[in-house]
Design a binder for this molecule. Structure first.
Ligand SMILES: Cc1ncc(COP(=O)(O)O)c(C=O)c1O
Length: 389
């Protein structure tokens, strides 16, 4: 009766079963996988989420497939403040970046064509590909103290069936930004082979430090057809407002063609609510300084992580340049799944095994940098106790 694309394995993983058992017994869990910012003790100002005037003006419904002009102008203004010129007519709104990816897969790919995605990377892309009947081909990121895209590995998987190269800038969970030199090499590959770029910048507003060698936003890219994604879910820590966007840039004729088609896709769903669009200008000016609060938290936790596990410690930290996650390498005496299981079973600490993000190294765990400092430092202490055991 059901499509094979929804034939998932619905059995709980041993780790998740253990979480359920512990919760059922009322045991406390130090959750180092928390990725929902609204559960991490940040101060939000409810009046700034949906403004009173936005509510008043939402009584009439005047849909625009690409999103209300006022909202797109607010996004263009946000880029302008970063010295990037974006024409509001080249912006398309969606309810989330995940939906934006789906629009782009529908725009670019026929059944069984493919997109190139980073490994290690966020598992969402695999699900989105499957739901859209598209294959996910992985290119590698390599680590030499910092993460780099293995450009030959990327070039090696491209074929006439590859319809997009996905860049996650910075990548989740490695926290690695593309460097200027990488950007140039990839733009050359993309231009030569006429393969559009999809650049996910949802964590770009959370860099840990300045770096002159780092590539900026791709939203102003003119060389190749480029779709740059961002949204409120990470930028101001408000996933529940459901607003994200795609900036289309590149050669004029390709942009016009892509926008015409995207407009029909978006018109089929009209998925973004009016109140949030009318509040966007205020949200992007971030009056509650939520982005700053989140950035301070992740910086502080990352610092705590480095103090807890200095050089020579049995736990090493993969260098991370930004974002909301960090990757730890634990002793190779156990696999990542065994470590995650033991950390939870014995020490009550929940982490993600690296397997979830397709790490080749088998003893990595991923921790969120969002939890409140007390929880986070308890978690670090527990991990240290576990590895010294
Ligand atoms: C790299 C990356 N892109 C996109 C998303 C989805 O974001 P949204 O809430 O805008 O759909 C996530 C969610 O965590 C993510 O990690």
């Amino acid at each position: 009766m059901f499509s094979s694309r929804t034939d998932w394995d619905f059995r709980s993983s041993p780790l998740f079963s253990l979480v359920l058992q512990k919760r059922a017994r009322g045991e406390e869990i130090i959750d180092l996988t928390e990725s929902n910012p609204t559960r991490c003790g940040f101060r939000y100002q409810p009046d700034h989420l949906i403004t009173p005037s936005a509510l008043r003006n939402s009584v009439s419904y005047e849909p625009n497939p690409k999103g209300l002009l006022m909202a797109r102008q607010a996004i263009a203004g946000w880029y302008e403040r970063q010295q990037i010129s974006v024409d509001p007519s080249r912006i398309v709104l969606s309810s989330g970046t995940s939906e934006a990816y789906s629009y782009l897969l529908r725009l670019l790919c026929n059944i069984d064509e493919s997109i190139a995605v980073p490994k290690p990377g966020y598992p969402l892309l695999e699900y989105l590909c499957r739901l859209n009947d598209v294959n996910c081909q992985q290119y590698r990121l390599d680590y030499d103290g910092e993460w780099h895209i293995d450009v030959p590995s990327l070039a090696g998987i491209l074929s006439p069936k590859t319809k997009a190269i996905v860049l996650v800038h910075p990548n989740n969970p490695t926290g690695s930004f593309l460097k200027l030199e990488e950007r140039e090499r990839i733009l050359t590959v993309s231009e030569k082979q006429s393969i559009p770029l999809v650049v996910d910048e949802v964590f770009s507003a959370f860099p840990f430090e300045e770096d002159a060698s780092r590539a900026g936003s791709f939203a102003g890219t003119q060389k190749s057809l480029t779709f740059t994604l961002n949204g409120l879910s990470k930028l101001v820590g408000l996933p529940q407002l459901k607003l994200a966007w795609i900036v289309v840039s590149g050669p004029d004729e390709l942009c016009t063609n892509a926008l015409q088609r995207l407009e029909v896709i978006a018109d089929t769903f009209l998925s973004v609510g009016t109140p949030v669009q009318l509040s966007l200008e205020t949200l992007l000016s971030d009056p509650a300084a939520t982005r700053r609060q989140i950035l301070d938290r992740v910086l502080n936790n990352y610092k705590g992580l480095r103090e807890a596990f200095p050089q020579g410690s049995p736990v090493s930290i993969f260098g991370c340049e930004g974002g909301w996650n960090a990757v730890l390498r634990l002793p190779a005496t156990r696999t990542d799944e065994e470590w995650a299981q033991e950390l939870l079973q014995v020490h009550g600490i929940l982490t993600h095994p690296g397997l979830l993000f397709d790490f080749d190294l088998k003893s990595c765990v991923v921790v969120s940098l969002l939890p409140e400092p007390k929880i986070f430092s308890e978690g670090m202490k527990g991990i240290l106790t576990a590895v010294r055991h």
